[in-house]
Design a protein around this ligand. Sequence first.
Ligand SMILES: NC(=O)c1ccc[n+]([C@@H]2O[C@H](COP(=O)([O-])OP(=O)(O)OC[C@H]3O[C@@H](n4cnc5c(N)ncnc54)[C@H](O)[C@@H]3O)[C@@H](O)[C@H]2O)c1
Length: 253
Amino acid sequence: MKKLENKTVFITGGLSGIGKACAMAAAKEGANIAVADLKSNEVDSVMQEIRKINSSAIYIECDVSIYAQAKIAIAKVVSTFKSLDIALNNAGIGGEANKVGDMSEEAWNKVIHINLNGVFNCMKHELMQMSKQGSGVIVNMSSILGKVGFASSAHYVAAKHGVIGLTQTAAIEYATEGIRVNAISPGFIDTPLLAKGGITENTEIKQHIINMHPMKRLGTSEEIANGFVFLASNESSFMTGTCIEIDGGYLAV
Ligand SMILES: NC(=O)c1ccc[n+]([C@@H]2O[C@H](COP(=O)([O-])OP(=O)(O)OC[C@H]3O[C@@H](n4cnc5c(N)ncnc54)[C@H](O)[C@@H]3O)[C@@H](O)[C@H]2O)c1
């Protein structure tokens, strides 16, 4: 028996990295997939890969930082699949690297709008739908940087701490309504996000980051997808309000 058979799974930022791996893993477990992401040249090739596993998969163009677009995206999932069983709020960016005193207001706002407001914009509409159904599972993508600080990334760190707070609060509010809300804190994962931040291209910075993980390597998107499938499935039926660390030991130091 597949773990997510016939479930409808909505994944933001599902065209790349962790989100794409989660979409593929959920499709392999029998789920119908709705990927919400920005307009991209990758849409056709990524959707083709997912549809090879489950032909019903749909793509919805959506900027999660825009409230109205998040609302429309979730309405589209429900009109297509008639329910929203599982949501992964994963879309995110790294943002400009600067100390707090040197950070521009624009850089701060951009990361907060996408990484924190984007999660609220989606969660609000997901929860309204799941409340109507009396069931649902939400997984939010936080970070190890949702639990500790990291120099030059105050906007990202603040947003990811906020995502954990949102997760815990919604978990308490909906615990008796059949809705579970959890989060994942990945360590540094080898995805295009790290490449965009110049981390994987600079061998010195990459080695420094690797050394911060006791396992002395970066994680893979598939390792995060394994955690997502667990939190999305009934195997985690007594878990809500948690944030699981999949981080090669980063936070144990
Ligand atoms: N890679 C890591 O080391 C790492 C570690 C911890 C947490 N995370 C988090 O995991 C999530 C996924 O990161 P990733 O590494 O796979 O990055 P990625 O860059 O590979 O993928 C992110 C996806 O989000 C989409 N996206 C960005 N802004 C968007 C918006 N406004 N609306 C809709 N979609 C948008 C992008 O188009 C892209 O497809 C992010 O929230 C990130 O903060 C990543």
